[in-house]
Design a protein around this ligand. Structure first.
Ligand code: ADP
Ligand code: MG
Length: 298
């Protein structure tokens, strides 16, 4: 496996706020990574640090094999972390040619990147006539001009209409299928589910899950349980070491499995410990429920 970006114990404090806390993960070539978390969870700060626009408090990160300076390594990175900004009275082509000049790359890629983002027919239209979705697509084209090994996008579909959202997601998938590694930050679970192969889930700057999106979906489900003495029930469940978390919801306990188990086996075990259940149900939750569970109840 070829590392593109390695982050070790990264921490960022803004005064009393810890925006990123002891974060570690590795990005490998060819995958599509999502940093998923609610607003304020530290996604943009993390991207800002690795792109050298935010100073870290502690920890470190390294690009590629770690032999280049960050400044040099970033020449092989394409990133869009702000709203796209181009010259309104210049056409799409003129704007991209200017970017080529600034980046010191040849103009030859302009038409090709416009094609990738579906703007070739509009190449001679002025930027000011573009919809927000088209502006965002032009920003992606611009980030691709120097043929980056990784494309970084911060909330790429924010503010777009459903069609615009769909187009951007299709474009990201197309770029990924051509072998470019992608790292995108999003607060939208379904975006990460649809686009990404791997995910880092952040809550208040801390990683709660790092791994494949499939792995996250393959959760072992959860049990809802009730007995006359839920305190005793909870102690028995905790002693089993079979659950990642157990919480009270109304009159019932909800216990998230960390390994496969069926309701019958659990019932038998609890009965042998003298606990009679008045309710027992096993469910496998949707990714959405899992995300809410991970981000709200830790
Ligand atoms: P996200 O991108 O996930 O919405 P951010 O990384 O923007 O989250 O913010 C993480 C936390 O850091 C938030 O509490 C935010 O208010 C705080 N923060 C971000 N940038 C600054 C800054 N420049 N000064 C002070 N606090 C900041
Ligand atoms: Mg952000």
């Amino acid at each position: 496996m070829q590392p593109i970006l390695t982050i070790n114990n990264l921490t960022k404090r803004f005064g009393p706020i810890t925006a990123v806390k002891d974060l570690s993960f590795t990005i490998e070539k060819g995958n599509v990574y999502g940093i998923l978390g609610p607003n304020g969870s530290g996604k943009s700060t993390t991207l800002g640090i690795v792109l050298n626009v935010v100073n870290r408090t502690s920890g470190d990160f390294s690009w590629f094999d770690g032999t280049e300076t960050t400044h040099d390594a970033l020449k092989r990175v394409g990133a869009i972390i702000e709203r796209p900004n181009f010259y309104p009275y210049m056409t799409a082509v003129q704007n991209l040619e200017l970017v080529c000049k600034i980046k010191g790359v040849d103009n030859s890629k302009v038409n090709e990147t416009l094609e990738v983002v579906g703007l070739l027919e509009r190449k001679d239209s002025k930027f000011r006539t573009f919809s927000l979705g088209m502006k965002q697509r032009l920003a992606i084209a611009s980030a691709l001009l120097n043929e980056p090994e990784i494309l970084i996008l911060d909330e790429p579909t924010n503010g777009l209409d459903p069609q615009g959202i769909h187009q951007i997601r299709q474009i990201i998938k197309k770029i990924a299928s051509q072998g470019t590694t992608i790292l995108l930050a999003s607060h939208l679970l379904d975006e990460v589910e649809k686009v990404c192969s791997h995910v880092v889930i952040l809550r208040k700057g801390e990683s709660l899950y790092t791994g494949s999106v499939d792995g996250m979906q393959a959760s072992h489900g959860f049990m809802t349980l009730e007995s006359k003495d839920n305190g005793a029930l909870q102690r028995e469940l905790e002693a089993m070491n079979a659950f990642t978390s157990i919480k009270q919801e109304g009159d019932r306990l909800v216990a998230y499995l960390n390994k496969p188990m069926d309701a019958g086996a659990l019932n038998e075990h609890l009965f042998s410990k003298g606990i009679a259940l008045s309710h027992l149900e096993k469910r496998k939750e949707s990714l959405e429920e899992l995300f809410l569970e991970i981000t709200q109840n830790n």
